[in-house]
Design a protein. Structure first.
Length: 277
């Protein structure tokens, strides 16, 4: 299966074939001359050969240093090599050349996640999605638990000291017998101001000092009944949802549950989230 990031490159390639009426024809022809190389580079990334892909993209960039698709491709290849700062530099260059290129912004967000630059992630998410997620209609991809559509939206809470969090999870069977208890601090949260707005709706339950920081702690409960019609046989995450208009948004996801479930099982999960003050 083709990686969704590779699809961004393919989309950029297809774009070149349909813009001849609005762009300088000489520029279009120059860009199209590199289509085969772009496809080859994208395929190499998809087959786990990022070093070879970089050689392809470097060949294009030696002739045209402002070739945005090649800049994206090289950034993606460097990300696969875990050279995240270098990847960011190439994606930043691509974004300077095409400030409205959504593919660049999305790929850059993924790199920022590895760099744990939550301040820049927050700024970028507001730019892409709007301060109140008003651009929700453009992003429809329910298969990615950490995405808002195709936009990387949830990030590990462990990677910042702005928040701390944990979840206490109890699973019970149809007779209300205790099946399992799990504690986890592997929590993903949206690096977006909408999260603070949602969190502020819950009262502060206590303050907590940790690692020299003071946090206002808030608790809330998530309840769920297992639905075997959805082929739920193994619970590996718990999600706290919110709503923006008619859309259901993943606001918190706690992973590392790992409990087998049966018909009639139900659970209660208590999240405790702290914001640094």
């Amino acid at each position: 299966m083709i990686n969704k990031n590779i699809c961004f490159l393919m989309a950029a390639i297809l774009f070149l074939f349909f813009v001849g009426t609005s762009l300088n024809l000489e520029l279009v022809n120059a860009q199209n001359s590199h289509v085969e190389l772009i496809i080859q580079g994208a395929s190499l990334i998809d087959h786990g050969m990022p070093n070879e892909a970089i050689l392809i993209f470097d060949e294009i960039l030696s002739e045209d240093p402002k070739h945005v698709t090649a800049l994206i491709g090289k950034g993606m290849a460097l990300k696969h090599l875990q050279k995240f700062e270098e990847a960011r530099n190439f994606l930043d260059t691509a974004l300077e050349l095409e400030p409205d290129n959504l593919d660049v912004k999305i790929e850059r967000l993924d790199v920022l996640r590895y760099l744990k630059d939550h301040d820049e992630i927050r700024r970028s998410l507001v730019e892409i999605l709007g301060p109140n997620l008003e651009k929700i209609e453009y992003f429809d991809n329910p298969s990615c638990f950490s995405c808002f559509g195709y936009v990387p939206f949830l990030h590990p809470m462990r990677d910042t000291d702005d928040y701390i969090g944990s979840v206490h999870f109890e699973m019970r069977d149809s007779n209300d017998n205790l099946v399992g208890v799990v504690e986890s601090d592997l929590i993903w949260y949206p690096t977006h101001p909408i999260f603070d707005n949602s969190l502020s709706k819950h009262p502060v339950s206590r303050t907590l000092e940790k690692d020299g920081n003071i946090y206002e702690m808030r608790k809330f409960i998530v309840k769920y009944d297992v639905n075997m019609d959805l082929n739920e046989i193994f619970l590996n995450k718990i999600t706290a949802h919110g709503k923006i208009g008619e859309a259901k948004i993943n606001f918190l996801v706690a992973t590392n549950m790992g409990i087998a479930v049966e018909e009639g099982d139900h659970f209660v999960a208590e999240f405790e989230i702290g914001k640094k003050i």
